[in-house]
Design a protein around this ligand. Structure first.
Ligand SMILES: Cc1cc2nc3c(=O)[nH]c(=O)nc-3n(C[C@H](O)[C@H](O)[C@H](O)COP(=O)(O)OP(=O)(O)OC[C@H]3O[C@@H](n4cnc5c(N)ncnc54)[C@H](O)[C@@H]3O)c2cc1C
Length: 537
């Protein structure tokens, strides 16, 4: 296959965010040969997103907190002999030689022709765009650190220009130093909203309101998790102070239930919500703005693993994360995961998990107990402490079932295929659809460019009243569109990877007997297995 690298690394790390960076440098420092792949041009992931060179920004740290942690990882990466493969978009992972080695398949190079011509019309004899080539990286172990993407719940007007994702607004601000508007309402749910609002306000936008659909009392239900993570309280206080300084009003138990405008958003309706996120009649207010940054939490980005049949677990907010052993191994022996792929938890947690996974991988590949052992124990404790907080946070901001009441029948749910809520409701009520897949077949919802990443939650929620079975995670065979010839060149895998079935629950024992144990067979979301997660954490 053109572009293949013949050598096999000890570990291929997929994703160079906080989790992947921590995993890659730790593994290299422990003596492993490491390839680090990321679709972006530079390391850092979503949290440490850099200004594009064209912006001429001289102080990239100005829009970040905890930049010192990134600088440390960056310097260790520079000092290491990690093979850095940026601009490499991984589209699938396969097993080779009877399951002993992994092959990571990526595309690299320009996506558009030199003159900007779209890729569809400018291809060479292999179906590739000039400058674009397939690359295969082989490795004995995989560390999956592909992060997350934003969850969007639709509402009337959400497709108007000027309505942007909250994380997307943050990403554009960090990478392009651009604001989505001059008066920006920030809305949705989850702690990312506070970070986005403070960044936008600090960059000069007027932020009249942060509209949070949940309350913060949910955190009080797990005081232990709060007390064990005082840095999170400090972070919240920092955001609170910044919001006060910029005179930003925080409205909890409220939502933007409609965006108004003709050519672009001009105002939004903010409604009070009941505990189930149903709008309280008579509470609607109109707030003028020229942009709305809206997002309802994050969804683990786990396509590459679920395509292989990796076991998943269902988080408190209904998203699917990978089910992992106490040492971060997935149900597929030889594949580990860290960061948001194992559940939404923030950058610090991602770093701890990346480091822990790397230590576990080194122990497995060398057959030696990790040294020093106390480091591993300390990492595990740190990971568990932060994971407990993350679970509390996820539960506190889980969407209530009443949000579908925001949708009028003519609201687009699937914006790629322009499928309205009315058509989805019709598929359920009139044609007997009982799951999102059937709705997709009847209406084309989820068949467009984003392949359901945008509308998946909405379609599942609109279908849910008709079924009690939780929706399994999507299994997408390809993580990115690729030319057919590249697909045709893919060697047939030597063995179909499957999770071990002889695994006994390691139960978090501290004698580290579980160094050899991947996560057990399918959790609640695993193919055809409705059993509870064998590795609750
Ligand atoms: C849009 C967005 C904005 C965010 N902004 C903030 C913020 O401002 N503050 C905050 O506290 N948290 C933010 N978060 C949450 C933040 O992502 C996490 O807290 C933290 O970055 C998680 O680290 P990670 O290493 O798990 O994942 P990430 O930092 O997301 O890193 C994952 C990396 O994997 C790469 N990747 C994914 N799929 C592939 C593939 N198929 N092939 C190759 N590379 C791939 C990505 O390019 C990315 O670099 C944001 C999340 C999103 C989705």
């Amino acid at each position: 296959m053109p572009g293949s690298t013949p050598e096999a690394y000890d570990v291929a790390v997929l994703g160079a965010g906080p989790a992947g960076l921590a995993g890659a440098v730790t593994a290299a420092e422990l003596g492993l040969s490491v390839a680090l792949l990321d679709a972006s041009d530079r390391p850092g992931g979503q949290f440490y997103r850099h200004p594009a060179p064209a912006t001429g920004a001289t102080r990239p740290e100005a829009l970040h907190h905890d930049w010192a942690a990134y600088a440390d990882l960056r310097d260790r990466l520079a000092a290491s002999d990690v093979t850095q493969l940026f601009g490499h978009h991984v589209w699938t992972v396969t097993r080779e030689t009877a399951g002993e080695r992994w092959a990571v398949h990526a595309l690299t190079g320009e996506e558009d022709g030199e003159d900007g011509t779209h890729t569809d019309v400018l291809r060479d004899g292999h179906g590739l765009v000039p400058g674009q080539r397939p690359v295969t990286v082989r490795a004995r172990a995989i560390l999956l650190a592909t992060g997350s993407y934003e969850r969007h719940l639709p509402f009337p007007g959400w497709t108007l220009p000027g309505v942007v994702g909250a994380g997307g607004a943050q990403a554009v601000l960090k990478s392009g130093l651009a604001l989505p508007g001059s008066r920006v309402v920030v809305a949705g749910s989850g702690p990312l909203l506070l970070a986005v609002a403070t960044s936008l306000a600090a960059a000069g936008a007027e932020v009249p309101e942060v509209v949070e659909a949940s309350g913060y009392l949910g955190y009080a239900r797990r005081p232990g998790a709060l007390a064990a993570n005082p840095h999170k309280l400090a972070e919240a206080a920092l955001h609170g102070t910044a919001l006060l300084r910029h005179r930003v009003c925080l409205r909890t138990r409220s939502a933007v239930t409609e965006a108004h405008g003709t050519d672009r958003v001009e105002a939004v309706t903010v409604s009070r919500l009941d505990r189930d996120w149903r709008p309280v009649p008579g509470t609607a207010r109109r707030v003028t703005c020229d942009a709305l940054a809206v997002g309802h939490g994050l969804v683990p980005h786990i396509d590459l693993a679920t395509a292989l049949g990796c076991a998943t677990r269902r988080a408190a907010d209904g998203t699917h994360a990978l089910a992992l052993s106490p040492l971060q191994e997935t149900s597929l022996p030889g594949m580990w995961a860290a960061g948001e792929t194992s559940g939404i938890g923030g950058a610090q947690s991602a770093r701890a998990e990346g480091e822990l996974a790397a230590v576990a991988i080194a122990a497995r590949l060398t057959g030696e107990r990790p040294s020093p052992l106390p480091r591993l124990r300390a990492l595990r404790r740190r990971r568990d402490r932060m994971r407990a907080f993350a679970e509390t946070m996820t539960a506190a901001h889980a969407p209530g079932p009443g949000w579908t009441g925001w949708l009028s029948d003519d609201t687009d749910v699937c914006r790629c295929e322009e499928v309205t809520a009315g058509r989805v409701r019709e598929a359920v009520a009139d044609y007997g659809a009982r799951d999102a897949r059937t709705v997709k077949l009847l209406t084309r919802a989820g068949m467009g460019w984003c392949q359901g990443r945008m509308c998946g939650t909405a379609v599942a929620s609109l279908t849910a009243p008709a079924t009690t079975i939780p929706t399994p995670p999507d299994r997408r065979p390809l993580a990115t569109p690729i030319p057919l010839t590249t697909l045709a060149d893919l060697p047939i895998p030597a063995a179909e990877p499957t999770g071990r079935t002889d695994h006994t629950d390691p139960g978090g024992s501290d004698d580290l007997d579980d160094l050899d144990g991947p996560a057990g067979p399918d959790g609640p979301d695993g193919p055809g297995d409705p059993n509870p997660n064998p590795h609750p954490r």
